[in-house]
Ligand binder design. Structure first.
Ligand code: CA
Length: 681
């Protein structure tokens, strides 16, 4: 069948199945199978003793019966928990054996699905497990992006289950000098959400040889509903990866950390061999009339999210991770390749039962061959069409450290002029493409491109190391005080670096070895690194203590934040009125960022101000009290607070008086077109 026909109304009307029983549904007495294969002439279920493809251990082949909406069904009596299976699909032109797209787990390397009694994999008290940040606003989150291997693989981590899900939840680990590592480190840092790079089953690592210490980011999906086998202590028995990933989620929740999963629905490892496309040829992917795959992803294929059964598949998959694994958030890779309707359908469905799940993604505008005309994609510019879904703010990233297209270009923190107005927009949580601070994810580093400190080093050859560290900390202070959702790559808080053997720095470490990618905990033996870590801890604590940094609407922002007029290059200042827990205006914040090499004198609004963040320290305690004017040191942030208790010890409103004397600065709306990045593969 020509793939163009899949997108006709006739096909969709006839073959859209809406039931929730696709895949293998286990019970102690029997297992029911249902697969969507509308173009097949016949389908069988092949039952195997083991999970390794190519091993001759077929138990039985069961004929399936054509059922409603292009689905096929079979029922096998007995307890099939632990039995592996595939579908054998007769398409007339070919007979394909395929893993089940709805597989709940698989054998090694994801070629055979396994029937599983999911309840038997639940950790103790799983029914009581919940998102530790339920009920909070998305802007209250502090997101920490981590690859599963990176936390534990270096010897200095002192962690037992190196490179495994379980390595993320070991308590009491230290480096050789007794300094906390791993989970204890993340907890002490104060993050709210741990964002894990792809942790579903991907194809680029051979799970059969874990001793080879292979590394890959995992942006090459194989089985979307199955944990990655190389992160389990045993990749050969399908129940182990399920059990251990649930243990990881539970362990993180028990330590106050919510879990976000990086999901890569926009493409698959290989379009031709992806199980869905082996069952319904080219249905899952965008292809042209001659069968050529669209390649906006740069990874060889783009997912046809606009087709009804692909949309259903993605919605079902996200909901499954939220339901079965208690995942608290989803980061969508290259979400600009998925259509707006699919993203909204996902959020609507998941939030019916998980109202606090967070959603964000890379909304770059990429060229892709959509199967129907005029379908809006989930790109930054369409953010008003996806309320509740946030987008990575590359406008801020590029202004902080310099354009992504030139590793040697400096940004605001590294001394480049001309970014002041764009920074003012970003501080308000309203970059030119965004209408709500709850839709912008603010960051100075992520897994892509150079680590922040490497980038600063490369782009400031004439700066001292002390100055470069100040640039790093200024970037962090901006990210942690901007309106929006702060996000950072793991290790940024200890000057993470990805050095190559030749002394240069890796800017695409997707398949670099652990020696490049892993966190190096021994760096914390040095005072310089411990000082940076303490600064990040202080910034996070300060952000958590001030709701005024975490507004949720543009209206709140415009009512409470003023950009202080000024034309000094490298200097921007803001005055924020804040609210207490009851929502009453109760305090004011004065925030200044000075990227210049000179100290600057600032005139403060009347009253006594407490310094909480300066060039050396950050936190919730006052470092000094100032009045009238104050000096902001070179290459640093300065954050001041002001509260005024009345005679009863309660805070009094001072917003009107505070803001009355300060004119709002005009914020230029403009900026650059979102950068389209090419990554991995
Ligand atoms: Ca795998």
């Amino acid at each position: 069948m020509n793939s163009e026909a899949y997108s006709t109304e006739e096909f969709e009307a006839k073959y859209t199945y809406s039931g929730n029983d696709l895949g293998a549904t286990w019970s102690p007495d029997a297992t029911a199978f249902r697969v969507w294969a509308p173009t097949a002439r016949a389908v069988k279920v092949r039952l195997y003793r083991g999970g390794t493809a190519g091993v001759d251990d077929l138990l039985e082949q069961v004929d399936m019966t054509a059922d409603v909406c292009g689905t096929w069904v079979a029922r096998k009596s007995g307890d099939l928990n632990g039995v592996y299976y595939t579908y054998l699909v007769d398409l007339g032109s070919a007979v394909n054996e395929a893993c089940d797209p709805y597989a709940r787990t698989t054998g090694v390397n994801g070629q055979r699905a396994m029937v599983i009694d999911l309840a038997s994999t639940n950790p103790k008290n799983w029914h009581k497990d919940a998102d530790p940040h339920a009920g909070q606003d998305f802007t209250d989150a502090v997101i920490y992006e981590l690859h599963v291997r990176d936390l534990s693989c270096d010897e200095s981590a002192g962690i037992r289950d190196k490179g495994k899900f379980l390595g993320l939840i070991q308590r009491g680990t230290t480096n050789g000098s007794g300094i906390p590592t791993g989970l204890d480190h993340m907890k002490a840092l104060g993050i709210t959400h741990l964002h894990l790079l792809p942790s579903y089953d991907y194809g680029s690592v051979d799970e059969a040889h874990p001793e080879a210490n292979q590394f890959n980011w995992g942006y090459d999906p194989l089985n979307f509903n199955v944990p990655e086998g190389s992160y389990a202590t045993d990749p050969f028995h399908g129940e182990v990866r399920v059990r251990e990933m649930k243990q990881m989620v539970k362990g993180l929740h028990d330590n106050g950390i919510s879990v976000v999963m990086d999901v890569v629905y926009n493409h698959v490892y290989d379009g031709g061999s992806f199980c869905f496309n082996r069952i319904v040829p080219q249905y899952f992917s965008r292809v042209d009339g001659s069968g050529t795959y669209s390649n906006g992803s740069g990874c060889g294929n783009d997912t046809a999210s606009e087709r009804s059964m692909v949309r259903k598949y993605i919605v079902d998959s996200v909901k499954y991770w939220a339901d079965e694994y208690h995942i608290d958030g989803f980061r969508f890779d290259l979400v600009g390749l998925l259509d707006v309707q699919t993203i909204n359908a996902i959020m609507e469905e998941v939030r019916k039962t998980h109202p606090n799940v967070v959603f964000y993604g890379e909304g770059w505008d990429m060229s892709t061959r959509v199967t129907k005309p005029n379908i809006p994609m989930a790109i930054q510019a369409n953010s008003p069409m996806t309320p509740g879904f946030a987008y990575f703010n590359d406008t801020l990233r590029d202004l902080l450290r310099g354009t992504v297209f030139d590793d040697r270009a400096p940004g605001f923190v590294s001394g480049a002029a001309g970014y002041e107005d764009t920074l003012r927009q970003c501080f308000l949580g309203l970059p030119h493409w965004c209408k709500s601070p709850a839709q912008t994810v603010n960051y100075g580093s992520c897994h892509d491109n150079m680590a922040l400190f490497d980038r600063i080093v490369v782009s400031t050859p004439n700066a001292t190391r002390a100055e470069q560290i100040r640039m790093n900390n200024l970037s962090a202070a901006i990210c942690m005080t901007c309106q929006g959702i702060p996000f950072m790559q793991a290790g940024e808080e200890m000057l993470r670096s990805k050095p190559r053997a030749d002394g240069s720095f890796e800017h695409n470490s997707y398949c670099s070895p652990d020696s490049v990618n892993s966190l190096k905990w021994d760096c914390l033996n040095g005072q310089e690194y411990r000082d940076v870590l303490a600064y990040y801890q202080g910034l996070i604590a300060f952000r958590k203590a001030h709701k005024a940094l975490r507004m949720t609407t543009a209206e709140e922002v415009s009512a409470n934040i003023r950009c202080i007029p000024g034309s000094t290059p490298g200097l921007v200042e803001f005055l924020i009125s804040g609210s207490d827990i009851a929502g009453e205006p109760s305090e004011a914040l004065y925030v200044a960022f000075n990227a210049g090499r000179e100290a600057r004198q600032l005139q403060l609004p009347e009253g006594k101000w407490e310094v909480c963040v300066n060039e050396r320290q950050a936190g919730t305690k006052a470092l000094a009290t100032v009045e009238g004017s104050v000096t902001v040191a070179p290459i640093s942030a300065l954050v001041l607070t002001k509260e005024r208790p009345d005679t009863d010890g309660k805070k009094v409103k001072l917003v009107g008086a505070m803001l009355g004397g300060v004119a709002a600065a005009a914020v230029t709306i403009g900026g650059t077109v979102a950068a389209i990045k090419r990554k991995h593969k």
